[in-house]
Design a protein around this ligand. Structure first.
Ligand code: MG
Length: 542
């Protein structure tokens, strides 16, 4: 059923993959039992996964209604949290984590309830946001390796067009402050793909363990089959995730700038992770002040609340929601500071602000991870909790306050922004222009959403109906992978938690979605998985 090209498997590769697939060993264990054996799942988790208001319009010379942004050039601010769950914000129902700044953006703007990322883990989700393309189309995904790891020889390819590149063509200043996760080789860095400047971590904040084997060493260990040593490594890691100390990690902080004759790069390593959110905020507000007089694109992909959780002294112990709550509340304060900077620069009314998350909560982290609220499951899965993310659009005077339950996707941001700019979104193959719904003139054009895990289509949504062809829990967690000969069908509006399979009652809906899937597949050429190339090279006979 999957048209993804089969990854060429040497005997070594097959053996290593068997070793990497620990999920089976975890099935049937109780949650309590998971902590001592956290180590097993972390192998998978870390090695495989990682790591209707009235329309506000202006009238142009021809007398037709046009969104205010169409003839100006609005600033674009995209704030992108890491592993923030659907239920982790006050405005999305969390009773204890206080997020007044994001909630204000939501109340004065639009809170989108059905907004999706294109993948349930970091790297492919980020690629899709920046390109408007499904990861399976761009190749920015993996079947064995879910995200990019340190010292990745490949990374983001030159053939892909980022939103930053597209906006540069329209005279935008482009700044990125936060996590990239699309390759750490020089050719792959954000400044090589449209950003004038970047300060941030190149990959997840848990990818440089002090005194622990790196990615390649772990792959070799897995190939060796030394289960005892491997279990010991993951037990140590589990303890460090649960009680993170700065000294356990040596994450690098990159400073990179495009100059008239090349690039200036420097690295601070180890960086103090308790300062990551505040430094990204300071760099972002400084960027806004420097570019108040020209159109700018500010991309602020927070490194948090991805584990290990770190926050500055000011936020430590502040939230009722524990360390995770502290971290989210510090991000909320950052959102407030960015808004304040936009206001001080006098550009608030010409700035589109988007706040969202790259994937669902990392449930394996227990109290160190977030929650998906009423949605089922979390990060890594194609249940709603893995890919539906808390999303807010705000543009004072242009976007009327509303709660929107039309569908949207992070893949649509490219097309939407290019419409506002009057530009070309042809490269954003899988994106749609959400501006009609943002401006209240028409429903969202997105009525369908494919759910991919790696290169495989696990589920498909059309209207309120979602059909699962394959279901599977997160790496190392139940439920076990199951292919459904008779697909499961859920009505997400009546049953947002995906509890009641009603396929037998609605054969006509099943047939309709199967036809939509056939059409989706016919319009898609699946590229080979770029993330897996490194594993293939490591496993090639020497
Ligand atoms: Mg993430």
């Amino acid at each position: 059923q999957d048209r993804a090209p089969a990854f060429t498997r040497s005997p070594w590769h097959a053996q290593a993959l068997d070793l990497l697939n620990w999920g089976g060993e975890m099935q049937g264990m109780t949650h309590r039992r998971l902590l001592p054996t956290f180590c097993l799942g972390l192998l998978s988790a870390t090695l495989l996964a990682a790591c209707g208001g009235s329309p506000v319009t202006s009238v142009d010379a021809a007398g037709t209604d046009a969104p205010m942004g169409a003839d100006t050039k609005p600033n674009v601010v995209i704030m992108f949290a890491d592993d923030l769950g659907y239920g982790d914000l006050g405005s999305f129902g969390h009773p204890y984590i206080r997020t007044p700044n994001i909630d204000t953006l939501a109340a004065e703007g639009q809170r989108w309830t059905d907004f999706y990322v294109a993948a349930p883990v970091c790297s492919p989700s980020r690629a899709a946001l920046l390109t408007g393309r499904l990861p399976v189309r761009s190749g920015l995904y993996g079947n064995a390796i879910r995200v990019f790891f340190p010292d990745e020889p490949g990374g983001f390819p030159d053939s892909e067009v980022t939103l930053a590149e597209a906006l540069k063509d329209h005279g935008y200043a482009t700044g990125m402050f936060g996590k990239w996760h699309l390759g750490d080789a020089p050719h792959a860095l954000p400044t090589r793909h449209g950003f004038d400047e970047w300060v941030g971590v190149p990959y997840s904040n848990d990818m440089n363990w002090v005194g622990e084997p790196d990615f390649e060493a772990l792959v070799k260990l897995n190939m060796s089959g030394d289960l005892e040593q491997r279990a010991a490594i993951y037990a140590r890691r589990a303890a460090k995730y649960a009680a993170p100390e700065k000294e356990h990690f040596e994450a690098p902080l990159f400073f990179s700038k495009a100059t008239s004759d090349g690039f200036e790069d420097s690295v601070e390593q180890p960086t103090d992770q308790t300062q990551l959110t505040q430094r990204a905020t300071a760099a972002a507000t400084d960027f806004i002040a420097r570019h108040a007089d020209e159109p700018f694109f500010l991309y602020l992909p927070y490194s948090m609340p991805h584990t290990p959780l770190f926050r500055s002294e000011e936020f430590a112990g502040r939230s009722l929601g524990g360390r995770y709550g502290d971290v989210v509340e510090e991000i909320d304060a950052s959102v407030g500071a960015v808004r304040q900077a936009l206001s001080q620069a006098g550009v608030l009314d010409k700035t589109l602000i988007v706040f969202t998350s790259d994937n669902g909560p990392w449930l394996f982290m227990r109290e160190e991870g977030g929650v998906s609220g009423l949605l089922r499951d979390g990060k890594g899965t194609t249940f709603e909790g893995g890919v539906r993310v808390p999303t807010v659009f705000n543009w004072p005077g242009t976007i009327a306050p509303d709660v929107v339950s039309d569908m949207g996707s992070a893949m649509d941001l490219f097309s939407t922004v290019m419409t506002l700019v009057g530009g070309d979104a042809a490269s954003a193959t899988d994106g749609l222009d959400l501006s009609p719904r943002l401006f209240g003139t028409a429903p969202s054009p997105r009525n369908e959403m494919p759910y991919y895990r790696g290169g495989a289509l696990y589920a498909y949504r059309k209207g309120p109906w979602k059909m699962h062809f394959i279901t599977e829990g997160a790496y190392g967690l139940a439920p076990a992978k199951q292919k459904h000969e008779v697909p499961q069908l859920f009505h997400l509006q009546r049953d947002p938690a995906e509890r009641f399979d009603v396929a037998a009652d609605h054969p006509e809906v099943v047939a309709d979605i199967q036809a939509a899937v056939a059409q989706h597949r016919a319009g898609l050429t699946i590229a080979p998985p770029l993330f897996d190339a490194r594993l293939a090279a490591l496993m090639a006979p020497q």
